[in-house]
Design a protein around this ligand. Structure first.
Ligand code: NDP
Length: 694
């Protein structure tokens, strides 16, 4: 029953190379077909008669009969129109895909694109499906494009897996496309939307391809049987978005082998050539901003107003930045006197791996892959198992932009899959974003093959408000530093130190602004606070809130789960502010990674610097003051890798980002990242004969 067409003819219409029909006639036919689609959407197949179409179009029934013969002819023409416009979109998407896998994805993405979930054309499609078995003309159209869809899928799949499996898988993909679409249509588009439908299909195809690849490579049955999968949910509703197959040792080995081969060619390109391709990828990311933001919101529960404005665009900016830098990656020339000179080369490391956390899935994948690829490395990226969807889209975008297959690959799985990367002897570097404990484990594993590591870990950062600060800016900074992404931001300034003289006014202004925050459906553009990532994480956050109360902190606002209306199925926690906090409380010492702010009072600069530094973490810090000298003096004393003066959580790509102490090693972004994705080679060049002493 699939909805992809190859035909360019309407019944009774002009054959592809036949004589031109009068333009007026063509316009009239087009109008009547449009009216027919509207009529099908509104009154269904039975109600769509020649008389009804004539009435709607303001013409006589005879004229409709003149153009199309009878009702079946008219409906066949309308069916062909819908099918043909879908086919045009499929062809356009196929032209952008450079790999067999990309072409398979193009078929899925186009057939399940948002416009296919549009109510008007969807209802018309449904009307046709109901009649295909009864109307010969409709059957012909349907058979022709079903064949074309299967043959498209088969020919691409055959390049990846054996022929028999390719045939079966093509049929399964076609059936699933239709099935998912049909269920969505029959549930009035409640059961699935375009994004979740595509995510489901993508996960299915990934899983099948991986299983079949393993089988084709002769993996023992025990190995195949050990492959398990995990469910991906929408934390705002609890609905399943996808089922993802875990990549095991076989898949990781295959990915490393592919990456090694691909890296040799990629690394041999000039920086300018790599930069051009990365620029194209950035453009594709920007073009797909809304669609990717939607998927990110579905998977993370973050408000669409954030993902549209930040997540994808920050990734695109990162690609643009390193695309620009790629041509300028260079060593240096060293004058060694008249008889010699030296130079250094900045060379790629080879195959590197990125392991991501779940809070900014696409952004993290971009922040790691852009500098890695700009420097000529190949990267294998494992997203967090809670948010595995958009990294796959990034892989697709890189391929479409012209990054050779194998240069950026996504593997899926949990910590075990991560360990396969961190322990792999041929992977030269790991860049991890995650918790401190994970960072330690990764570093220990990396030691076995002396891999380089970049670790972006947790934090419990101080935000200091001096008595001369502009109050509204300080409050705004505290809001940005605590409630963006429902507090699931590593650099958040969750320890808000406010000078004693300002604390009362600060709390009152803060309370008013926090209580005005809109918690709600993350897909609603007005929503400012979305869902937390999982039930387990929500319970952890609520546990901290309970401990804060028990340990004597004063609850200013929030403090509870939000379950009103449609939020009942999701993991929403009200933005929470505690006042009267002390340095030894759990909420002040430990990373909560949720919407919980602790306000602490201080009196002197010396005191607040000492208290701000009294933590194992050292990711970020901020100072709010109008005293320029004090601002720089205090910042210089704070033990943190990323600092702000009179702002919070702004992370331009030009500025290196990262932590000190237990918050991490190395830096992402800026020119600094280039040093972490290249290695230096020193070359001595003799310009004179050798004077050997023997
Ligand atoms: P985790 O440390 O739990 O996981 C991070 C990634 O590491 C996941 O992909 C995880 O896989 C994987 N992983 C877990 N154990 C291992 C292991 N032993 N070897 C290899 N890989 C492993 O972090 P979260 O995903 O829970 O993210 C939240 C944390 O990330 C917070 O502490 C936050 O502060 C920090 N973070 C730091 C940032 C920074 O830039 N400094 C930015 C964003 C977040 P899986 O989850 O699939 O099991």
């Amino acid at each position: 029953m699939n909805r992809q067409s190859t035909s360019t003819r309407e019944p009774g219409g002009r054959p592809p190379n036949g004589p031109l029909r009068d333009e007026g006639e063509e316009a009239r036919r087009t109008q009547l077909v449009d009216v027919t689609i509207d009529s099908l959407a509104e009154v269904g197949y039975v109600g769509t008669t020649l008389a009804e179409i004539a009435r709607r179009a303001g013409v006589s029934p005879g004229l409709v009969a003149h153009y199309f013969g009878d009702k079946d002819g008219l409906l066949e023409a309308a069916f062909r129109r819908l099918a043909r416009s879908l086919a045009v979109r499929v062809r356009a998407r196929l032209a952008l895909a450079h790999t067999p896998r990309g072409r398979v994805q193009a078929v899925i993405d186009t057939n399940l694109a948002p416009e296919e979930f549009d109510k008007r054309s969807g209802t018309a499609w449904l009307a046709f499906w109901g009649q295909v078995l009864h109307v010969a003309g409709l059957k012909r159209v349907q058979t022709a494009y079903q064949k074309r869809m299967l043959s498209n899928l088969r020919s691409d799949l055959r390049q990846m897996i054996p022929g028999a499996e390719a045939r079966t898988l093509a049929a399964m993909i076609a059936a699933m496309i239709d099935g998912v679409w049909l269920r969505a249509a029959l549930s009035e588009w409640q059961e699935a939307d375009s994004e979740s439908a595509r995510a489901l299909l993508t996960a299915f195809v990934e899983g099948r391809l991986k299983d079949l690849t393993v089988a084709a490579q002769g993996a023992p049955p025990a190995r195949a049987a050990a492959v398990s999968s995990f469910r991906v949910i929408n934390p705002a509703t609890g609905a399943t978005l996808a089922q993802i197959t875990v990549d095991g040792a076989t898949q990781v080995e295959a990915a490393v082998a592919r990456a090694q081969a691909a890296q040799r060619k990629w690394g041999a390109l000039t920086g300018a050539e790599r930069g051009r391709i990365l620029h194209k990828a950035a453009r594709l990311l920007r073009e797909r901003n809304d669609e990717l933001a939607h998927l990110e919101t579905l998977n993370t529960g973050k408000p669409i107003q954030e993902t549209r404005a930040v997540d994808v665009l920050s990734g695109a900016e990162c690609l643009e930045y390193y695309a620009g830098i790629a041509a300028g990656i260079a060593g240096e020339h060293l004058d060694l006197g008249p008889n010699a000179f030296g130079y250094t080369r900045r060379e790629p490391l080879g195959v590197v791996a990125g392991i991501g956390a779940w809070n900014y899935p696409l952004q993290i994948a971009c922040w790691k892959s852009a500098p890695a690829l700009a420097c000529g490395n190949a990267m294998i990226f494992k997203p967090a198992e809670l948010t595995p969807l958009t990294a796959v889209q990034l892989e697709e975008i890189y391929l479409a932009a012209g990054v050779p297959p194998g240069v950026f690959q996504v593997v899926q799985g949990l910590a075990d899959t991560g360990r396969l990367l961190t322990r792999h002897p041929l992977i030269r570097k790991i860049s991890l974003t995650g918790e401190v404990g994970t960072g330690k484990a990764v570093m220990a594993d990396a030691a076995s093959s002396l891999k380089q590591v970049t670790l972006e870990l947790g934090g419990k950062s101080p935000l200091i408000v001096f008595e001369d600060a502009k109050l509204d800016n300080a409050v705004a900074g505290a809001l940005l530093g605590n409630f963006y992404s429902a507090g699931e931001v590593c650099s958040n300034g969750t320890r808000v130190f406010v000078h004693k003289s300002l604390r009362g006014a600060f709390i009152e202004r803060l309370r008013a602004r926090v209580e005005a925050l809109k918690i709600g459906d993350p897909l609603d553009p007005a929503t400012q606070v979305g869902a937390l990532i999982s039930q387990e994480h929500m319970e952890k956050v609520l546990g901290f809130i309970a401990r804060g109360r028990a340990q004597g902190a004063r609850l200013v606002t929030g403090g509870a789960r939000v379950t009103s209306g449609q939020l009942a199925h999701g993991y929403f926690v009200a933005p929470t502010v505690f006042d009267g906090c002390h340095d030894d409380m759990d909420i002040v010492r430990q990373e909560i990674f949720g919407p919980v702010m602790s306000v602490l009072e201080f009196e002197t600069e010396e005191e607040v610097v000492a208290r701000a530094n009294a933590t194992e973490f050292g990711l970020s810090a901020a100072v709010f003051t109008n005293n320029l000298t004090r601002a720089h003096r205090v910042i210089a004393q704070l033990q943190a890798g990323t600092c702000w003066i009179n702002h919070y959580n702004i992370t331009p790509i030009e500025l290196p980002f990262g932590g000190v102490k237990m918050s991490g090693l190395g830096r992402e972004n800026g020119r600094a990242a280039i040093e972490h994705y290249t290695q230096l080679k020193s070359v001595y060049v003799a310009l004179a004969d050798i004077e050997a002493p023997y």
